[in-house]
Design a protein around this ligand. Sequence first.
Ligand SMILES: [Zn+2]
Length: 294
Amino acid sequence: MRRVLRKLLISMRWRPLPMMTSQRRNRPRWWTVVAGWFLGQGMFEARAHQIARENAVKYERMLPREIEALLEARPVAIVPWGALEWHGHHQAIGLDAIKASAIADAVADRLGVVSLPPVYAGYQTMKPHRGFRHCIEMSATTVGGMVRDYVSQLANEGFRLVVIITGHYGRRHVDMLRFQAEQVAEEVGVKTWVLAEYEVVKDLGYTGDHAARWETSLLWHIAPELVDLGLYREDLTGDEQGVMGENPAETASAEDGGRVFAAMAERIADRALAILDEPDQSKYVPWKPTPAPE
Ligand SMILES: [Zn+2]
């Protein structure tokens, strides 16, 4: 009787409250399930659970069948990329990937597709460039290998388009990501789009900076607790404190961050859909050994 009732409740996505679970048996007592049902608690809990899961687009938090459903509907994966890198005295070290991850989630939400966990692997950080601390500089070989594996593995899983949003955008880092991703994409037959997030909103004034007006505004919008403009050093030049662009203490705002964030999410989503619908342009010809002379 209680097994049948429990199965019925679970099939309706109704879960008993934790307090209704017997610790000894780690299973709900059937009468608590019925009581919870009448009290409405189970119903509320189940609804909250259902809403939380329906909003889940993050690959690492999804159940297999949820990934499979999204894959079937729209086989696009969004991979946020960043570095662990100095971003002024006033901001968290993970800014690039935190920013890219929030954008990736917003894009994935709009499209009903999967977003992956942020990849913290940056080449050409502020350490070799300017000698700043707290940067984990990765070699081009490591970063290139990782992007190749992500693209080929996501293709192997059935995704037809892999969008890589890099929030870390030293020119050599972006070129290398793009080159490696596009090369392996041709080899395995998948579409890929590598972009630094600002590329789609240059008309709004964000043309890419480093820890200055725009990156500060974005992080302020996404995670205000990770920004402390009181620590910005007015006694130092921007270069001296690793800030390249407009003085954030005078120009940054969460509102500006929110505005470009929304525009990026919308435009990246639209472009990703267009790329998915484009005919396949692959020109890759697999390498064949030269026949031995007779
Ligand atoms: Zn940055």
